[in-house]
Design a protein around this ligand. Structure first.
Ligand SMILES: NC(=O)c1ccc[n+]([C@@H]2O[C@H](COP(=O)([O-])OP(=O)(O)OC[C@H]3O[C@@H](n4cnc5c(N)ncnc54)[C@H](O)[C@@H]3O)[C@@H](O)[C@H]2O)c1
Length: 445
C-alpha cells in the first residue's frame, strides 16, 4: 500500500513580481549556504536582511548581499520584535534548540519559512512547530536536502516506475567520516545532547527521512542499538595532552586537530567548511588561538561529548517491507551507500551518485552515472542544497506546493520515526511508531 499524505499548506499568493526576498536568521555555516544559493538564482531570490550576533559573520553577510544597515540585526529576537515582515521568506539557520522559538516568532508575521533540520530536539516541540505553521498557513519546508538531489530524484523515478518491482528490503549506510565525527560530533556543535540533540536526529534524520521517501510507505515499527564506544577518556593514549597543540603524539594520531586544521589552512582550496567553523579568517595566528583556547583544539578523548559514534536502526514498513540503517563514524568521508532489493531487481549505489540497476529477468545491469550527466555533485549535499533553494522559491513564485517534497507532513512523520528509533535504543525495546507518536507527541491542533 502506497502512502497518502496531506498536502503542504499552499504557498501564500504573491503580491509583487520579482525575486522573493529573504531574511537569513543565523549567518553561520548554513545561513551562508542559502544566502550564496540565493545569489546564484537572482531572478528567484534575494537576501535583504540578516540576524546574527557574531559581528564578523553579520557584517560579511551584509557586505556580500548589500543589506541595508537597518535590516542587519544582532539577533532573531530583534528582527521579530520589529513586528513587521522584513522579507517574503525567512531561512531559519540557528541551532537546533532555537528553531521552535524562531518559527513561533516568524510564522505569525506571514513569512514563508525554510527551516533547517532537525525541526526541533524533541517530538513535542516538532508538534508545536507543526501547529503554528498550520495555524498561519505559511509556505514551509524543512531542509531535508537529500530529497532534492538529482540522484534521489533518479532513484525515486526508478523505484516508482516499478522497474525493480515492489521493494522488499533496503540496506542503507551513512558513513559519517572519521574526521567529520571528530569535528562536529566530538569537539563541535553537535557533540553533546543537552546542547543540541541526539546523534540520530542531528545527523541521520536525513537518512530516516530519505528511506521513508524512497520506500513510500508508513513506517510501523523500529528497533535500534548503538553507543558512544570510542571517543571516551578510557581510550586516551598514555601521554596524550588535553590539547592537540601541546601533544607529542599528533603525528601518529588520525584525530589530531593540529594536523587536520593546519593542513587545510596551508591549502587555499580548503578554505571553507570545516575550517571556517574554527577560524573564518583563515590566518595562522587566529587558527592557533582557536586551537589553543576553543573547542576544536581539544583531544578527542578529553571532550564533553556524549552522542553515539555508531548506531543501527531496523525499520518495518507497511506490507512487511524492511530496512536496515547504519550510521558510523569509522569510515572515510563519502556518499551514502544503498542497496534496494525489489521483487524484479535491485538498485545499488556506493556513493549516492552512480546507480546500478540489475534486472532479474534479463540478468543485465544498467549503470547510471549522475556525475557523467553533470547532475550529481554540483554543490553541497550532492546538489540538494541548491535543489531545495530552487524548489522552495519556484513553489512559491509559481504556486506549485508539490515541489516542496520535504513538507510538514513528510517531515513530522520521518522525525517521529527518528524519535521512536532513539527511544528503542534507550529502552532496548521494539517500538510501535504510531503508538509512540500518540504518547510522546499528540497532535496539538
Ligand atoms: N541541512 C543540512 O544538511 C544541515 C547541515 C548542517 C547543519 N544543519 C543544521 O543547520 C542549523 C545551523 O547549523 P550551522 O552549521 O549553520 O551552525 P552555525 O553555528 O554555523 O550557525 C548558527 C548561527 O546562529 C547564530 N545565532 C545564535 N544565536 C542567534 C540569535 N539569537 N539570532 C540570530 N542568530 C543566532 C550563531 O551565531 C551562528 O552563526 C542547525 O540546526 C544544524 O543542525 C543542517
Amino acid at each position: 500500500m502506497k502512502r497518502k499524505t496531506r498536502k503542504n499548506p499552499a504557498p501564500a499568493a504573491r503580491t509583487k513580481s520579482g525575486p522573493l526576498t529573504f531574511l537569513i536568521v543565523g549567518a553561520g555555516g548554513r545561513g551562508f549556504v542559502y544566502a550564496d544559493l540565493a545569489k546564484a538564482i537572482p531572478a528567484k531570490a534575494k537576501v535583504v536582511a540578516v540576524a546574527e550576533p557574531r559581528d564578523f559573520h553579520r557584517e560579511k553577510m551584509a557586505r556580500e548581499h548589500g543589506i541595508a544597515p537597518e535590516l542587519a540585526f544582532t539577533t532573531w529576537q530583534a528582527a521579530a520584535a520589529t513586528g513587521r515582515r522584513l522579507a517574503d521568506c525567512v531561512a531559519i539557520c540557528t541551532q537546533d534548540a532555537d528553531h521552535e522559538a524562531c518559527v513561533k516568532a516568524f510564522a505569525p508575521l506571514g513569512y514563508h519559512i525554510l527551516l533547517e533540520k532537525p525541526m526541533a530536539p524533541t517530538a513535542a516541540a516538532c508538534r508545536r512547530i507543526e501547529a503554528v505553521v498550520r495555524k498561519h498557513g505559511n509556505a514551509f519546508a524543512v531542509c531535508h536536502v537529500l530529497r532534492y538531489t538529482n540522484y534521489t530524484r533518479a532513484v525515486k523515478r526508478i523505484v516508482d516506475s516499478g522497474r525493480i518491482g515492489e521493494i522488499v528490503s533496503v540496506e542503507h549506510l551513512e558513513p559519517v567520516g572519521f574526521w567529520h565525527q571528530a569535528h562536529s560530533f566530538v569537539r563541535g556543535n553537535w557533540r553533546n545532547e543537552k546542547e543540541s540533540s541526539f546523534m540520530l536526529l542531528a545527523k541521520a534524520c536525513h537518512d530516516i527521512d530519505w528511506l521513508s521517501f524512497v520506500v513510500g510507505k508508513h513506517c510501523l515499527r523500529v528497533s535500534s542499538f548503538g553507543s558512544l564506544s570510542f571517543f571516551t577518556k578510557e581510550h586516551r593514549p598514555a601521554g596524550a595532552a588535553k590539547r592537540c597543540l601541546d601533544c607529542g603524539l599528533s603525528r601518529k594520531c588520525p584525530w589530531s586537530a593540529k594536523e587536520f586544521y593546519f593542513k587545510r589552512l596551508a591549502d587555499p582550496k580548503s578554505h571553507g567548511w570545516p575550517l571556517d567553523v574554527v577560524d573564518p579568517t583563515f590566518t595562522r595566528k587566529n587558527l592557533t588561538k582557536a586551537l589553543r583556547e576553543g573547542p576544536y583544539g581539544r583531544c578527542v578523548f578529553a571532550c564533553d561529548n556524549d552522542v553515539v559514534d555508531h548506531q543501527v536502526v531496523n525499520l518495518e514498513y507497511e506490507g512487511g517491507t524492511t530496512a536496515s540503517f547504519t550510521m558510523t563514524a569509522f569510515t572515510p568521508m563519502g556518499g551514502r551507500r544503498t542497496r534496494i532489493f525489489g521483487t524484479k531487481g535491485t538498485l545499488e549505489s556506493d556513493d549516492s551518485s552512480t546507480i546500478r540497476v540489475f534486472d532479474f529477468l534479463t540478468g543485465k545491469t544498467e549503470t547510471i552515472d549522475m556525475n557523467a550527466s553533470g547532475a550529481s555533485m554540483a554543490g553541497g549535499h550532492g546538489g540538494g542544497d541548491g535543489g531545495i533553494m530552487d524548489s522552495f522559491c519556484t513553489a512559491i513564485l509559481e504556486k506549485r506546493p508539490e515541489l516542496l517534497v520535504s513538507s510538514l507532513d513528510a517531515t513530522i512523520e520521518s522525525h517521529l520515526t527518528t524519535f521512536a528509533a532513539e527511544h528503542s535504543r534507550r529502552t532496548g525495546r521494539t517500538v510501535d511508531v504510531a503508538a509512540f507518536a500518540r504518547r510522546a507527541a499528540p497532535r496539538s491542533v
